[in-house]
Ligand binder design. Structure first.
Ligand SMILES: O=P(O)(O)O[C@@H]1C[C@H](O)[C@@H](CO)O1
Ligand code: URA
Length: 347
C-alpha cells in the first residue's frame, strides 16, 4: 500500500480507525494517548467530542473577537452557525476553496446555490460552509495560515463542534516524483531539517513537534490509491518560509549558492524521506495536534524539483491537478458521512 517507506513514523495511538477499523467510536473521541505522550497533560477533549481551549486567559474576556474572521462569540450564535461542523478544509487560495465548497456540495448532494463568504466583514480570507464542511483559504505561508487556523480552532471550540478534523488541500513542489502526483504528509520538516514548528515566544524559540495523525494519513492513502489517474505517496513534507531560496531554487532575485549546492540539499531531503516542499506543513501539524485535533496535509505536486524550479504546466493543467487532493478529501468526507449516517444539509 505504501509507495514510500516511512523512516520516522508518527506516534501511535490506541483507538480505532475512523473508517477502516472495527470500532464505531471515532478516533480521538476519548483518546488522549498522543496528547499525553507529547504534552504530558490531560486531553483537551470532552467526553461528547467538544474540546476546551487550553488558555485560561480567554475566560476573562467578555467577548472574544475573531478579528481576521470578522466574527465574535457575543454577537454571533456560533453553536447555531457552526456547531455541526465536522470537517474544516483549508488551502492557500480563495478560488480553490470556493471551488472545493462547490465540489463537496455536489459530492454530498447538498443543494446549494449561493456560496456566501462568511468572513466577508474582515476582507482577509474567504470561508464557506456546506453542511458539516467548512472550506476556508489561508493565504501563503505559516504566519498567514496559523492566524487563520488559530481563529478557526477558537471558532470550533466556541461552536461546540464535535471531533472536528482539519485538512489542508494544497500545492507543492515534488521530490523525485512526477508532477501531478499527490503527497499525504506524515510529518513536517522545518528549514533547518528538524521535525518541528519553531516559533519565537517571549524572546525564546519554542519548538513544537510536527507529526501528523498516522491513521488518518493511512486511511487517506488507501482511498487515494483507488485513483488510477495519478499516484499518491506518503512521506515527509518540508515547510519552507520562502518560495525561492527557502526552497533551494535558483530562479529567485537573489541566489548565493551553486546548482551543485542546490542538488546536494535536495538529495539530502530525499534521503530523509521528504516527498514534497510547501510552506505550511510544520505549523499545521503542530497546532492541530496542540489543540488535540486530527489533521492531514494533502498536496498535489506541480513540479519535480530534481528537474526544474519553475512551475511551467499550463493554467488549465494546474487547475486540473489541484482537484486531486479535493477528490481524495471529498471521498473521505462522503465515506464518513455515509458511515455515520448523518443526513447532510445546509442550514
Ligand atoms: O495551498 P497552497 O497552494 O497555497 O500551498 C503552497 C504553499 C504556499 O502557500 C504556496 C506557494 O506557492 O503554495
Ligand atoms: O514548488 C512549489 C510549488 C508550490 N508551492 C510551493 O511552496 N513550492
Amino acid at each position: 500500500m505504501f509507495r514510500a517507506s516511512e523512516k520516522n513514523s508518527a506516534p501511535e495511538c490506541d483507538c480505532d480507525y475512523i473508517l477502516t477499523g472495527e470500532g464505531l467510536e471515532p478516533h480521538y473521541q476519548n483518546c488522549s494517548t498522543v496528547w499525553r505522550k507529547h504534552y504530558g497533560s490531560s486531553s483537551p477533549k470532552n467526553p461528547d467530542g467538544t474540546f476546551r481551549l487550553r488558555n485560561e486567559h480567554l475566560s476573562k474576556l467578555n467577548q472574544d473577537v475573531l478579528y481576521h474572521l470578522g466574527l465574535d462569540n457575543e454577537n454571533y450564535d456560533l453553536p447555531k452557525m457552526f456547531g455541526d461542523v465536522k470537517f474544516v478544509c483549508m488551502g492557500g487560495t480563495k478560488y480553490r476553496m470556493k471551488e472545493f465548497a462547490k465540489y463537496i456540495a455536489k459530492s454530498l448532494a447538498i443543494p446549494c446555490e449561493d456560496f456566501v463568504n462568511m468572513t466577508k466583514h474582515s476582507h482577509r480570507y474567504a470561508m464557506y460552509k456546506v453542511g458539516p464542511v467548512l472550506s476556508v483559504n489561508h493565504g501563503i505561508g505559516i504566519p498567514s495560515m496559523t492566524i487563520l487556523l488559530q481563529e478557526v480552532i477558537k471558532l470550533l471550540s466556541y461552536a461546540k463542534a464535535k471531533d472536528p478534523i482539519i485538512f489542508r488541500i494544497g500545492t507543492s513542489g515534488g521530490l523525485n516524483i512526477s508532477p501531478g502526483s499527490v503527497v499525504i504528509s506524515s510529518w513536517g520538516l522545518n528549514g533547518t531539517l528538524e521535525k518541528s514548528y519553531d516559533i519565537p515566544v517571549l524572546g525564546k524559540i519554542r519548538k513544537i513537534p510536527s507529526h501528523f495523525d498516522k491513521r488518518l494519513s493511512e486511511e487517506l492513502l488507501s482511498i487515494a490509491s483507488e485513483e488510477k489517474d495519478f499516484s499518491t505517496y506518503i512521506g515527509g513534507t518540508m515547510a519552507a518560509d520562502d518560495f525561492y531560496r527557502g526552497q533551494a531554487r535558483l530562479d529567485g532575485p537573489f541566489c548565493d549558492y551553486t546548482e551543485e549546492d542546490k542538488m546536494a540539499f535536495i538529495k539530502t531531503l530525499v534521503e530523509l524521506g521528504v516527498k514534497n516542499i510547501e510552506m505550511e506543513a510544520t505549523a499545521f501539524a503542530a497546532m492541530t495536534r496542540e489543540a488535540g485535533l486530527r489533521s492531514a496535509d494533502v498536496c498535489v505536486t506541480l513540479v519535480n524539483r530534481l528537474e526544474e524550479d519553475q512551475v511551467t504546466p499550463s493554467k488549465s493543467k494546474l487547475l486540473e491537478w489541484q482537484e486531486r487532493p479535493m477528490l481524495v478529501i471529498a471521498k473521505y468526507i462522503s465515506l464518513y458521512v455515509k458511515k455515520y449516517n448523518k443526513p447532510a444539509k445546509n442550514d
